[in-house]
Design a protein around this ligand. Sequence first.
Ligand SMILES: *Cc1c(COP(=O)(O)O)cnc(C)c1O
Length: 397
Amino acid sequence: MADFPQTVVEALRSVIGQGTVSLHEPEFSGNEWAYVKECLDTGWVSSVGKFVDSFEGMLADYTGVKHAVATVNGTAALHVCLKLAGVERDEEVLVPALTFVATANAVSYCGAIPHFVDSSEITLGIDPEKLKPYLKEIAEIRNEGCFNRKTGRRIRAVVPMHTFGHPVDLDPLSELCEEYRLVLVEDAAESLGSYYKGRHTGNVGRISALSFNGNKVITTGGGGAILTNDPDLAKLAKHVTTTAKIPHRWSFSHDMVGYNYRLPNINAALGCAQLERLPDFIESKRRLAEHYSRAFLGIEGIRFFAEPPFAKSNYWLNVLLLEKEQAGKRDELLEATNSIGIMTRPSWTLMHRLEMYGHCPRMDDLSVAEDLEVRLINIPSSSRLGGMREARRNDPA
Ligand SMILES: *Cc1c(COP(=O)(O)O)cnc(C)c1O
């Protein structure tokens, strides 16, 4: 019998074929060249141009959220989301311990303090069933809002992150937010194309962030977006991300401290072409997930992580979970795969283990996140691996 890492490698190879395979590659087989060339030909590469407006309109159409504001990256989008959610200095914001560091950093940029909570085994994101008794224990509702009894600080918001594209259970979380008067801000950076009970992720929170970094489902090189159904918040988001400049043909005047967080036109051009391809990417990624699911069905000690029952996931990064008895084999498995050109990756280091966040408030019991941290492995997930229809490409002349 082949040893465990070898069995896993064979299962992976049966899906992704031979050769070197990276974790997530961008795919530029549509109108990317044509649209970027148009920017260069016309000179509209920077802060003004038609692609930004088109991209924002297409994002709103695709997600079903009324307004989208493009930003220079996803972290900037999340920073502004939190500002607009009213997060102020010395307040606390509930975020998962299991997330990419940007979620916690965006809280810090507001001068606020991340407060780490545990995840669910079903979604890999914030577990509302565990948050509920926790809030009952630590939170106190006063006239102004929700306060942490232990630290005395106000808790302003909750930021669920849809881990690797798998939607958090948003209904019970929304109910908790109502009950405790917390603002729901979705970190949907990984979940473009993922749906919670038929609604696109980012459409449930008051305001949400997307990312179009090079490794995400679609990319603009670097980029992000703010989503909201509130027209006033959308207007304000546009304003603060464009240095709070008062629109005028020649005069430069600003009415608050704004940010230069706007997405350049040349990046938005890439984004428009990528969004045209998104339905194909998702179809292909879901097919790849199916192939993995079948390949790992009979293998003992490890399982393919499937979307939660209430969700349709984009399967941004596919996940293998080692069963408890094999958890000790994780590093061996990472070594066996990476050494032969199959790129795999362990979980992020949990936020409360990072030096700058070690002192932050958190649930005493983060056992699910801690368990996932040692058992989780990301495997190659590029959309092309699912076998994609050829794009009709308009090559620039
Ligand atoms: C990618 C990502 C972001 C935003 O990242 P940028 O690189 O700034 O676009 C934020 N949160 C999570 C969970 C992410 O994965």
